[in-house]
Design a protein around this ligand. Structure first.
Ligand code: ATP
Length: 425
């Protein structure tokens, strides 16, 4: 197995080697588990390491964080911890545990358990394997459920017949992994998945948990594939029973991907886009605003995300009609787009194929976005203007001149204010 480690980026090798030292020093056997091991075997890059510890995951995490000088977040309630090394590299650490579901779709009752029990609680065979961090001559992958055979055959398989009923979010996970890895869902697993959907298993889950799995799907490289498959299976009713995934959704998703790629390529210094939110908002295209408000509230979307979705649907028609006109002043473009999020702007550009609109969006992002005046209220007071209506009027005029390229620096802004004051006398 060491051969797999050889392929890892240097920074991951260093973490694994330090974790192995901690494991020996504090005498707690620790294992690499789950998705990171799956991806290691498949040769897929994965910067999220999962470590499970026989002993106490939190104590282990504290030792490792000290060694790596990394940030540490502890979740006492779950007995887990996360080491954050940088924005793309994190290590999740847990104690080996077993889980029992008191009834279908309930949150599991967790108690400590052996490594084997920890692997048994997992979603699919391909995620239920472990590798001891401490190398010895006998080093072998611990694979009690045939994960390696399924990885070789490209097969998604659950570990027991009640898996989807215990935790119906696994239905979404099965589709996500099968689409991402281009794996087939093994026939018996597929039959149980369909049976769970028909039995209404998804309606029993807390919608917030469904939302989290939906977001993971929408973060995939190609989210349309899993969304379409879930739609065909009737597994999106937790969003709305009226939701239809057809050709128009496919076209819109394609157009969004193009728009996102354009944004990322041309504006690399801007904040990272929440691409999933653009796709999510697009799913709601055929709903009315009141319906959308009900859906996003039921899914418990965080307030900031709700605001971005609602502002798009509130403003869409006005924006499309105004920005589709050829002649728009920079100040008009600025006042329409500056209050909006990048996600809203991306969706607007994806929904409309109007050339004028696309040009105005590009101009906004290239030239006007974030433009601010150099002068402030103190400058106006210094020139004898008292706070009030005149203030706002002057600011608006100077900003318009700046957007039009007529003033370029503080001196020019002040000169324009003096001119305006002179003319108003
Ligand atoms: P990704 O590659 O998308 O990050 P992952 O396999 O690493 O996927 P996570 O959601 O990070 O998945 O979860 C880590 C591990 O926890 C999984 O590999 C799996 O073993 C286990 N797991 C996660 N969710 C479930 C679930 N609903 N039921 C059972 N096991 C789960």
């Amino acid at each position: 197995m060491r051969k797999y480690f050889k392929k890892l980026p240097l920074e991951l090798k260093e973490i694994i080697s330090q974790a192995a030292k901690v494991s020996q020093e504090i005498q707690m056997p620790a294992y690499l588990v789950g998705g990171c091991l799956r991806d290691l075997i498949l040769g897929v890059k994965n910067f999220d390491l999962d470590i499970t510890v026989e002993g106490d995951g939190i104590i282990f995490a504290q030792h490792l964080a000290r060694k790596l000088k990394s940030r540490l977040k502890i979740y006492v309630r779950f007995g887990t911890a996360t080491l954050i090394l940088n924005d793309r590299l994190k290590v999740d650490i847990a104690t080996t545990r077993q889980e029992k579901y008191p009834y279908s779709a309930a949150l599991p009752v967790v108690s400590s358990g052996s490594l084997k029990e920890d692997l048994k609680r997992r979603d699919f065979t391909i995620n239920a394997l472990a590798l001891s961090l401490v190398a010895d001559k006998q080093q072998k992958i611990i694979d009690p459920f045939g994960a390696r055979a399924d990885l070789a055959l490209g097969r998604i398989r659950i570990l027991h017949n009640l898996s989807f009923k215990d935790d119906p979010t696994r239905i979404l996970r099965a589709i996500r992994f099968s689409q991402r890895l281009d794996f087939k869902i093994e026939p018996k697993t597929l039959a149980l998945l369909k049976e769970a959907i028909s039995a209404g298993a998804l309606d029993k889950v807390n919608p917030h948990r469904m939302r989290d799995e939906l977001i993971l799907i929408l973060k995939e490289q190609n989210p349309f594939g899993p969304i379409k498959q879930l739609g065909d299976l009737g597994a999106l009713s937790f969003i709305s029973t009226k939701l239809k995934i057809g050709k128009s959704t496919q076209g819109l998703f394609k157009s969004i991907t193009k728009q996102i790629n354009w944004f990322v390529k041309n504006f690399p210094a801007r904040r990272q886009l929440d691409s999933w939110l653009v796709y999510f908002a697009a799913l709601l295209e055929t709903f009315t605003l009141p319906e959308i408000k009900v859906i996003i509230c039921r899914l418990g979307l965080p307030k900031g995300d709700q605001k971005r979705v609602i502002s798009y649907y509130q403003e869409r028609d006005k924006l499309i009609s105004s920005l589709s006109k050829k002649r728009r002043l920079p100040e008009q473009i600025f006042s329409l787009l500056e209050p909006l999020s990048y996600e809203t702007i991306i969706l607007l550009g994806a929904v409309s194929q109007n050339k004028n609109l696309k040009k105005h969006l590009a101009d906004f992002l290239e030239i006007y976005n974030g433009m601010r005046l150099c002068i402030c209220g103190d400058d106006l007071r210094g020139l004898g203007v008292l706070p009030g209506k005149e203030y706002q009027m002057i600011f608006a005029k100077v900003l318009a001149a700046k957007l039009n390229g007529q003033v370029r620096n503080r001196q020019a802004e002040l000169a324009l204010i003096r001119k305006l004051l002179q003319a108003n006398k």
